[in-house]
Design a protein around this ligand. Structure first.
Ligand SMILES: CC(C)(COP(=O)(O)OP(=O)(O)OC[C@H]1O[C@@H](n2cnc3c(N)ncnc32)[C@H](O)[C@@H]1OP(=O)(O)O)[C@@H](O)C(=O)NCCC(=O)NCCS
Length: 230
């Protein structure tokens, strides 16, 4: 039987080794926007490159192949942070990559901008699910940044006329907000799950180590308190 190899997934803060991926990222975003018939924050080559230079981007690889991307932006004098431009390459969708990338971007945002509220706007169910799990809640646009530069991104969206007609107060996207003040002592629940999983594995490893290092001779273990007969 052929052995199934699990893919090697790497998720990291983008650095100079990744500058060469900017065009591929932009191309994939453009194709996805066309396929969805809606807007995804479209940015220039220089903008994405600068995000990488500033350590404000997360990039993912599967078996060494580029697989996904997301970047962090600050708005309203760093009172708000957005985790934007999430994209996963079509061949790697459905394996939890978007979730892992968003988790990494969230950690990055909380570390670099601990006082900022984190927000996003989306029409995508996947992003709504991921954000809700992190602790975002749906809000009206009045709760989000009023930085005009942020809303300028929407000009590339086919629904921009709806936003403009409503004086930037509502559109087809749902606004989602994570306010750190509402999660004191209860952040990043997935980390706790991962830690619990790791400690379970460690426990098993230690138990197995103990068993295999027992001084078994002639089928008899002379333990501290009792003998175990085979
Ligand atoms: C949306 C996108 C980022 C999801 O990437 P992904 O790696 O396939 O997502 P994940 O595997 O991490 O899935 C995360 C969750 O969303 C769900 N999900 C994924 N794609 C979905 C879809 N198209 N519709 C509904 N739910 C979806 C998953 O079931 C999972 O939910 P669960 O935690 O309850 O199991 C990817 O399809 C993509 O790049 N699309 C084009 C760009 C885009 O839409 N970006 C978002 C702009 S707001």
């Amino acid at each position: 039987m052929k052995e199934e190899k699990s893919p090697n997934i790497e998720i990291m803060i983008a650095n100079e080794a990744h500058y060469g991926y900017v065009d591929l990222i932009l191309e994939t975003v453009a194709k996805a926007a066309k396929a969805r018939g809606t807007g995804i924050a479209s940015r220039t080559h220089d903008y994405i490159l600068q995000k990488m230079k500033d350590g404000n981007a997360v990039i993912a690889f599967v078996d060494g192949q580029w697989a996904g991307f997301c970047y962090v932006e600050t708005w309203s004098n760093k009172k708000f942070v957005a985790n934007s431009g999430l994209i996963v390459s079509p061949e790697f969708r459905g394996m939890g990559l978007a979730k892992a990338i968003k988790h990494r971007a969230f950690e990055l945002s909380r570390t670099k901008f601990p006082d900022a509220k984190i927000f996003g706007i989306t029409t995508g169910l996947a992003v709504m699910k991921i954000n809700t799990e992190i602790g975002y809640r749906p809000v009206t646009f009045s709760e989000l940044t009023d930085d005009p530069e942020y809303w300028k991104e929407c000009e590339a969206c086919i629904n921009f006329d709806v936003l403009k007609r409503n004086n930037y107060t509502r559109c087809l996207c749902t606004g989602m907000l994570y306010d750190p003040a509402e999660h004191v002592g209860n952040e990043m629940p997935w980390k706790k799950k991962e830690e619990a999983k790791e400690s379970k594995i460690e426990k098993w490893k230690n138990a197995l180590k103990k068993i295999f290092s027992l001084p078994i001779a002639n089928g008899t273990y002379k333990g501290k308190n009792k003998d175990i007969e085979h």
